[in-house]
Design a binder for this molecule. Structure first.
Ligand SMILES: C[S@@+](CC[C@H](N)C(=O)[O-])C[C@H]1O[C@@H](n2cnc3c(N)ncnc32)[C@H](O)[C@@H]1O
Length: 373
């Protein structure tokens, strides 16, 4: 396999970028509380699959699982399993180490859709897949943090002759260099992926992300559950956002392909459209709002009260600032959710049956609603 994510470990201070779960464990803990709250809101199903797309170093899943074990009296009745969709063999090894120590094994056959399996110290089963479609169908809470921005995009430009795809070509004067070119005629992508009423002059469409959201929506509609998608992005207003990062610095996207992180802002309006009418969508709300609604201020106060070491206190305060400050990650990152419609009080009526009793009012969806912590 080829490609940036397949080849290297790019996360963290020594890599190309750092993500929220790596900045503070509080981030993952609050997402863990969100998951428990959604599982409760769904009527505490017996089975709870935690499915993470693009788990990086495994820190987020580890922080979520710690919340599950701290809330054992609440989640204890559920059979919990973890399912990680990861394309990078190197990162899957790192995730396995974080989550299971040495209690994991690679599959003996390359054709096995579960290419690695293990279990945590608390005996929670953890399975690795290359594709979401291989994850078993069951009630699941899906988490995707900085996953959708890493998927490839198509770039389109409005021209006098209509929409044209922007393609990558070899620079004729220097075959070692690449350049962007505007396709002279419509391509299949430019004819099918740009909305007829599109008003922007430049749009980016992540077709792969659209297919994944359709899969998530279908699973949630059929099996129950929810998806929490956190990423930087816009709600249908962004234009030319493709950029590269290498060693925490901006990097020309066309130079040294495969060596830098290429990323584009996530278009949440596109994800909402792709999700279709079978699920409810909430958000995007800013990361600052989501974390504050989830009680980050109270959590930080507790941590600071119990911490006397000045350097740890300083680190706690700076990570809080990084996650919530509007000029840092607080407003650049957004949270978006797909939910089973019954979570918002739209019960699915089985065909031909009369609903005898009115369903109880659903619990508010944490993070997206101010709950008054
Ligand atoms: C930017 S990193 C985010 C990691 C982690 N979620 C975090 O926030 O720290 C993107 C992750 O998605 C994985 N990834 C990228 N493309 C993928 C794909 N097509 N299928 C599955 N995983 C993918 C990468 O290997 C990596 O684990």
């Amino acid at each position: 396999m080829q490609g940036y994510y397949v080849r290297k470990n790019m996360l963290g201070a020594d890599g190309d970028f750092i993500t929220s779960p790596e900045i503070s464990q509080v981030f993952g803990e609050l997402l863990g509380v969100w998951i428990v709250s959604e599982w409760m809101g769904a009527g505490r199903p017996e089975q709870l699959q935690l499915v993470e797309l693009g788990p990086g170093r495994g820190s987020l899943a580890a922080d979520i699982l710690r919340v599950f074990s701290q809330l054992q009296s609440v989640v204890g009745g559920a059979s919990v399993s973890v399912h990680l969709v990861e394309v990078s063999p190197a990162l899957s090894r790192l995730q396995a180490e974080t989550l299971t120590g040495k209690r994991n094994m690679e599959a003996s056959s390359e054709d096995d859709p579960v290419y690695r399996h293990g279990e945590t110290a608390a005996r929670v089963s953890v399975s690795w897949y290359r594709l979401l479609e291989d994850v078993p169908a069951a009630f699941s809470i899906f988490v995707a943090h900085e996953f959708f921005d890493a998927l490839p995009i198509h770039k389109f430009q409005r021209t006098e002759k209509g929409w044209r795809e922007v393609l990558v070509d070899i620079e004729p004067a220097d075959p070692d260099r690449l350049r962007f070119v505007v396709a002279p005629t419509p391509t299949l992508a430019s004819s099918t992926l740009v909305q007829a009423d599109e008003r922007r002059d430049h749009v980016e469409v992540c077709a792969e992300g659209g297919v994944i959201v359709q899969q998530l929506a279908r699973r949630i509609e059929e099996e129950g559950g929810a998806a929490l998608i956190a990423d930087y992005g816009h709600d249908g207003t962004g234009t030319d956002t493709l950029r590269g990062f290498k060693g925490h610095q901006l990097h020309d996207v066309l130079s040294t392909p495969g060596s830098a992180d290429l990323t584009a802002d996530v278009d949440f309006s596109f994800l909402r459209r792709m999700a279709g009418g079978g699920v409810a969508c909430l958000g995007p709300v800013t990361q600052s709002m989501f974390l504050k609604n989830m009680g980050i201020d109270v959590r930080m106060q507790v941590l600071l009260r119990n911490c006397s070491d000045p350097s740890t206190r300083k680190q706690l305060i700076s990570s809080y600032d990084m996650l919530t400050n509007p000029s840092k990650m607080g407003e650049r990152f957004h949270f978006f959710s797909l939910l089973h419609p019954s979570r918002l009080g739209v019960p699915k009526k089985p065909q031909g049956l009369k609903l005898e009793k009115k369903s109880p009012a659903p619990l508010p969806v944490a993070g997206f609603t101010e709950l008054g912590f």
